[in-house]
Design a protein around this ligand. Structure first.
Ligand SMILES: C=C(O[C@@H]1C=C(C(=O)O)C=C[C@H]1O)C(=O)O
Length: 89
């Protein structure tokens, strides 16, 4: 595939990813509300371990699993940052 065609495909996928990540963050905001109400910690290492294991299991190309897990660690870090911000207000 030519560079321009690859970049067009990346742009199309980024549009989908942005929508999905936005939807994920909206659910994270609901989790923050629940945790605030029930006096729970934002960071749940057990749940994060489960998410990372699930991502590795879901990856059809196993060579990509460690990269996807790194991306997910970053996503979950930002989820926690957003949860804490939501809990302040
Ligand atoms: C969203 C949650 O809060 C945090 C963020 C997580 C995530 O983004 O998947 C997972 C666990 C928590 O550390 C949760 O507890 O489910």
């Amino acid at each position: 595939m030519e560079l321009e065609a690859c970049r067009q495909e990346i742009d199309r996928l980024d549009q989908q990813l942005t929508q999905l990540l936005e939807a994920r963050m909206k659910v994270v905001a609901q989790v923050a509300e629940y945790k605030a109400l029930h006096h729970m910690e934002v960071y749940d290492p057990r749940r994060e371990r489960l998410v990372l294991d699930k991502i590795a299991a879901l990856a059809s190309d196993k060579d990509l699993a460690p990269y996807l897990q790194t991306i997910y660690r970053c996503i979950m870090d930002e989820s926690k940052r957003y949860e804490r911000k939501r809990m302040e207000t």
